[in-house]
Ligand binder design. Sequence first.
Ligand SMILES: [Zn+2]
Length: 313
Amino acid sequence: MNRSPVLATPARWLRLDISRAMIAAVLGAALLAGCSAAGNSSTPSGPHGDADAIDVVASTTVLADLVRQVGGSHVNVASLVPPGGEVHTFDPTPADIARVADADLVVMNGLGLDEWVADLATASGSEAPVLRLGEEIGNATDNPHLWMDVRNATRYAIRLGDELSRVDAANAASYDDQAGAYTERLTELDTWAREQLAAIPAERRKVVSFHDALPSFAEAYGLDIVGTIVDAPGQDPSAGEIAGLIDAIRASGATALFGEAQFNPELAQTIAEEAGITVVTDLYTDSLGDAPADTYEGMIRSDVEKVVEALRA
Ligand SMILES: [Zn+2]
């Protein structure tokens, strides 16, 4: 099954329209309230932030962590989508417009994942550069979740180091050093992940994912995605589609269903139970979680451990 991101369906476009209307509405509300974006800096300082640090806003906690690792004490970074939030269907607030208005750099993924960030940047009047990491390293037809292959996260980090050096040239040597040290750790993480998954027999590698977040992960680490439960987040399947999916899971020989922490686990649990396969409901893909999944490295380690455990069961 070759499922590229669902972008052109009427429902998807409808949601984008709603999202734009929403941004216009919250921007209007912010202006009416006399809430000047420039005078309302609510960007939280990172644990190592300092007064001279540049302000970076990222769409998700995953991208914010990459910025934090490469930027260190020279950046204050905030994620627009909170931990456990849903990037595909996120509705920005007036506070988010203020954060973007104040930012020195805006970081998003692109490829259809978080287009509302570009709308926010326009609505806020921000002149900060908007870095689309997924589009920097991928093709327009790629599934957006490229960071689920650690080698792609390494490419994101290198690109981030370049951009931070451009925006804050005084600290370019530091960004270069930190990007270098971080990408070394990511290369070790990638090797470890390959070793962990290499131990799984070929006949146990067929899996089902909740939303279409795992093509890069599967290709990198040797899984075979035989189906997804929802075409796009927010589009629940009908009873008939669920019955068809359960039949397809049984016929495919899939061994596990991977749901994700930011979605309600009940649908995944019900389908897995009916199909008689193992279910994991707390994989992290689009959002970081609590420790140990509170950094990108921790998230990947946690996911690999859960996948290996489920496929061995
Ligand atoms: Zn996603």
